[in-house]
Design a binder for this molecule. Sequence first.
Ligand code: AMP
Ligand code: MN
Ligand code: MN
Ligand code: MN
Length: 286
Amino acid sequence: MHDLNADLHCHSTVSDGTLSPEQLAQLAKENGVALWSLTDHDEISGQQRAAAAARAVGLDYVSGVEISVSFAGQTIHVVGLGIDPDDATLRSGLADTRDGRNRRAMAIGDSLAAVGIDGALDGAQAFAGNPEMVTRTHFARWLVATGVCRDTHEVFRRYLVRGKPGYVAQQWATLQDAVSWINGAGGIAVIAHPARYKISTHEEWALFDEFKAHGGRGVEVQTASHSDADVAKYSALAQRNGLLASRGSDFHSPGESRIELGALPALPAGLTPVWRELHSRIARAT
Ligand code: AMP
Ligand code: MN
Ligand code: MN
Ligand code: MN
């Protein structure tokens, strides 16, 4: 069971991916995914399409979302798996979280204009598939398309990050709210890509402590941004904290993502995979 090809983290045009939910379902099937979840940022309007497309191609599906959270002055991402997309509290919480993205996008445009890069807001909006979800990824794609940077990795070194042009701090959901929306909607909350956060050991300890206290239950162990050492570290952390282990590529785009949908290594043995607890929430294709 630990070596099931589950891919429980990816993005469509509903947030900052470049493929539609239907194209992702097709790609997941082609790449041998056995259990799939679409986890768009702060938005569940793609869930019905993803579930229908998964059924059409013969793929087991579990609903998902990736919620932006502010914690210790950082942005942390919490994935919710098996949530009821019709849950009213989750829906209004996500709407509140999306609110303010347009104001932030304007401020990002102004900040880039201040260093001589004009037209970024219009450019980013043209790349966004969902007008409520103008993300830094869309600014990054525009900065590449206009030749300011070679690729999005260069963008996130030179722009849009703290201390660099185009960085605008944003207040997202609290950890407690995100976990309670997910739990209230019948889902399982999972800390996404933990190795990516620039937080101290003490803050990380506090993050997992508070996450568990609020009812969080899982951690991504296998994800594209984790090195082998990170996988080992978070496997041990999952075991020590009694957390379920998840696996998700965080796939955004064929041109940008380091790992294809469904192409991650298996979870290490000895962990409890999150899908063990998702049985009742999985829409079986057959
Ligand atoms: P936002 O929610 O608007 O702050 O945008 C966050 C998104 O930017 C993430 O979900 C990633 O897709 C992307 N991103 C952030 N940092 C990086 C990075 N270092 N390299 C590539 N993409 C990144
Ligand atoms: Mn993203
Ligand atoms: Mn993320
Ligand atoms: Mn993601």
